[in-house]
Design a binder for this molecule. Structure first.
Ligand SMILES: [Ca+2]
Ligand SMILES: [Ca+2]
Length: 273
């Protein structure tokens, strides 16, 4: 009788596991490969070549004069799953390849690198054999290939899904982090390609440099993407500050507590499994 019972339980467990695997296969985007890592063991995802929707309609509720909607074709690339951690930046410092000027990180573990200038972010990505993503690559990785999500997870704003500002300066709600959150927090803040925390937590430097007002002001400014935990997210308006097409600039030498970055690569040899 015991043998029959054991056999029955074993068969039941197998059926449940098989059933679950079918369920997960149904909900898994399939295209996302979570097993890719760079030479330093940092997780990356592959974004295949193809078109995506960039920018937004001028009729958007809050307007988007700087990023009118268009179809853009990009070659394939890889991008980090997470914002760069302070621990990972420190490895570059310890290897003698990255500077510490302006950096005041004291919390490591899974906390993001803060205060890195655009120059330092570039240098760090070079140290990893990578580079900063272009603004177009960043937006494709955040929005996905089909239709162009408004937020990485879809078109509806969900206040608990991203680290944005807390308290009176915003809408009064709290997401549990008055400052930066670990880069792997908010697991539902995920793009169709499996990239995490693209909007919220740290704003992210991208490779692009622009002149906003030539010739009156010819200084080159560095572009950042994605909005942040800080209360200057469009005055606490997440629908405006954390949409995937949002971008603005800061001087490339800026060291800001709410600006971080992640790296990208076009090279097959950078990434393995
Ligand atoms: Ca927050
Ligand atoms: Ca971010």
């Amino acid at each position: 009788v015991n043998l029959i019972l054991v056999a029955f339980i074993a068969v039941s467990v197998c059926l449940v596991v098989f059933g679950l695997s079918l369920v997960f296969n149904d909900t898994d985007p399939g295209e996302v490969d979570h097993a890719l890592i760079d030479k330093g063991g940092i997780p990356m995802v592959f974004v295949p070549a193809g078109e995506f929707v960039m920018g937004c309609e001028k009729s958007e509720k809050y307007g988007c004069p700087e990023s009118e909607k268009k179809i853009v074709h990009l070659e394939a690339f890889y991008i980090d799953v997470y914002e760069t951690r302070a621990t990972e930046y420190r490895e570059c410092v310890e290897a003698g390849s990255c500077g510490t000027k302006g950096l005041v990180n004291t919390v490591y573990g899974s906390m993001p690198a803060q205060y890195a200038s655009h120059y330092q972010a570039n240098r760090y990505c070079e140290f990893r054999g990578k580079r900063l993503p272009t603004s177009q690559e960043w937006e494709k990785a955040a929005r996905g290939p089909d239709g162009g999500h408004r937020y990485p997870w879809g078109d509806q704003w969900i206040a608990t899904r991203a680290n944005w500002c807390d308290g009176d300066g915003c809408d009064g709600s709290s997401d549990g982090y008055a400052g930066p959150a670990p880069v792997d927090a908010f697991p539902e803040n995920v793009s169709p390609y499996g990239v995490r925390n693209m909007v919220g937590n740290m704003m992210e430097w991208v490779a692009d440099m622009v002149r906003l007002d030539p010739p009156a002001d010819n200084s080159l400014m560095a572009v950042w993407r994605g909005g942040a935990f800080a209360p200057d997210n469009s005055n606490g308006n997440p629908e405006k500050g954390l949409v995937t097409w949002n971008w603005w600039v800061d001087p490339p030498e800026s060291h800001a507590p709410h600006i971080g970055f992640r790296c990208a690569s076009s090279e097959n040899g950078t990434v393995s499994r």
